[in-house]
Write a protein that binds this ligand. Structure first.
Ligand code: T4K
Length: 394
């Protein structure tokens, strides 16, 4: 569709609604300073600030319980957790993955000397299309790296079958899926390993941080060595590891936040109800799908804009919102298959990725975080409705 030029009515809308302070796509959910200070005092007193301290040990254990997983390892960020999982599973050659994700997903393959093979996605979940995976498997394929994008679970059963039939490993990038469950099963129980991100933009955050849930305790043992230079004892280095440890301050933030995360999830769920109500009858705005057997974490609220029906394209809408100081984001545009480092791969050819190409041009992440108010959500809905009406009239 050809973008409509911004016309006068849109300028009026910008003037009418322009906010003095920006409304960001998200805001970090931070602990109360008084709570953090209590932990900081203890850390200072003990002078044990990193390397498997008491907060680290406790958080690792508590998170395993919260996520309902058997083996859990903490990391200084999610990217290194994923990178070391790929290494621990000894993957080589080619790994099938999605182009509709954050840069970190294919990059961890690159850092393991593995060629990403991009597979198209499903129109309803934006996750890997399980019907298109098998045709991409070659003798070089060692695994599938799937992403539960925006916290929507992948088709875990179908992926498991494909992996079993072809002797492949499965790694999940569950960066967005903290606390998500399918039929009461923690999402980290599927596949060989799952990475959760605790970045400041995530529902559960340690500012930077992450964890890896592994099916096998042998793999946990290996990733635990890998994150700490391969050190087994003062005189024994067993693998060529790296430094990917979480420190005691991050772990303390995690312990505080773990008590509050369910409250944050509830607040976001309520805000999403207002969004759904406010946007339900706006032509061209496609709302996300929620399934009954899934416990969601409401990490983000991502709509799609069908430019023909809505009256203006996603890009024009994004630009107008920016002018009003509403900082929506185009997660995930461009596709990873468009990055200069991957675009020459045969699997990156847009002809092979029609759904991902289309979805990435339509998605828009709208502001969502616990501190956002009902009034702010209603305002955003009214703005989206007004832009539709003005552009349909014009
Ligand atoms: N896999 C997937 C699928 C991922 O989405 C990510 C991370 C990873 C792997 C890697 O996990 P980590 O190694 O990060 O643990 C942000 C985050 O930096 C990134 O963690 C996240 N995905 C990605 C989806 O979003 P940017 O470059 O878009 O962030 P930025 O700085 O533009 O921030 C977004 C908005 O958040 C800002 O407009 C305002 C707000 N914000 C952000 C920060 C950092 C704040 O209000 N305060 C802050 O301190 O990547």
């Amino acid at each position: 569709m050809k973008n409509r030029p911004l016309k006068l009515p849109n300028k009026d809308i910008v003037q009418r609604y322009k906010l003095r302070k920006p409304l960001y796509v998200t805001r970090p959910f931070l602990p109360a300073l008084a709570d953090l200070n209590k932990y900081l005092k203890k850390i200072w007193k003990s002078q044990w600030v990193t390397n498997n301290g008491v907060n680290h040990v406790l958080l690792e254990k508590k998170l395993a319980a919260y996520l309902k997983v058997k083996n859990n390892s903490l990391f200084c960020n999610g990217t290194l957790a994923l990178q070391l999982a790929v290494n621990a599973l000894r993957l080589t050659g080619e790994v099938i993955t999605t182009p509709f994700t954050f840069a970190a997903t294919p990059h961890v393959l690159y850092w393991n000397n593995i060629r990403p093979v991009f597979c198209d996605i499903q129109e309803d979940t934006y996750n890997l299309d399980v019907h298109k995976i098998e045709s991409l498997i070659t003798p070089e394929t060692t695994a599938i790296l799937a992403v539960h994008v925006f916290g929507n679970p992948c088709d875990v059963e179908a992926l498991e079958k494909i992996a079993q039939n072809h002797g492949l490993k499965i790694i999940y990038d569950a960066a967005h899926a903290f606390g998500v469950e399918v039929n009461g099963v923690g999402i980290g129980n599927f596949g060989d390993a799952s990475m959760f991100s605790f970045h400041a933009t995530k529902i559960f955050s340690t500012i930077e941080g992450g964890c890896l849930a592994c099916r096998s305790s042998d793999i946990k043992e290996r990733v635990d060595y890998l994150r700490n230079f391969g050190i087994k004892s003062e005189e024994e280095i067993v693998v060529p590891g790296i430094n990917a440890k979480m420190n005691e301050i991050q772990a303390a933030i995690g312990l505080i936040q773990l008590k509050a995360v369910d409250r944050e999830i509830k607040k976001r769920k309520r805000l999403i109800e207002f969004y759904k109500e406010g946007l339900k009858n706006v032509p061209g705005i496609i709302l996300p799908r929620y399934l009954d057997n899934v416990k969601y974490n409401y990490q983000s609220f991502v709509v799609r804009i069908n430019g023909q029906e809505y009256g203006t394209s996603r890009d024009c809408l994004y630009g107008l919102l920016r002018q009003m100081n509403i900082v929506a984001r185009k997660y995930f545009y461009p596709l990873c298959s468009h990055y200069s480092c991957y675009k020459s791969l045969p699997s990156a050819n847009p002809v092979n990725l029609p759904v991902a190409e289309k979805i990435s041009k339509e998605v828009l992440s709208l502001p969502l975080y616990g501190e956002l108010t009902k009034e702010e959500v209603n305002l955003i809905c009214n703005i989206l409705k007004d832009i539709h009406h003005e552009n349909k009239k014009a």
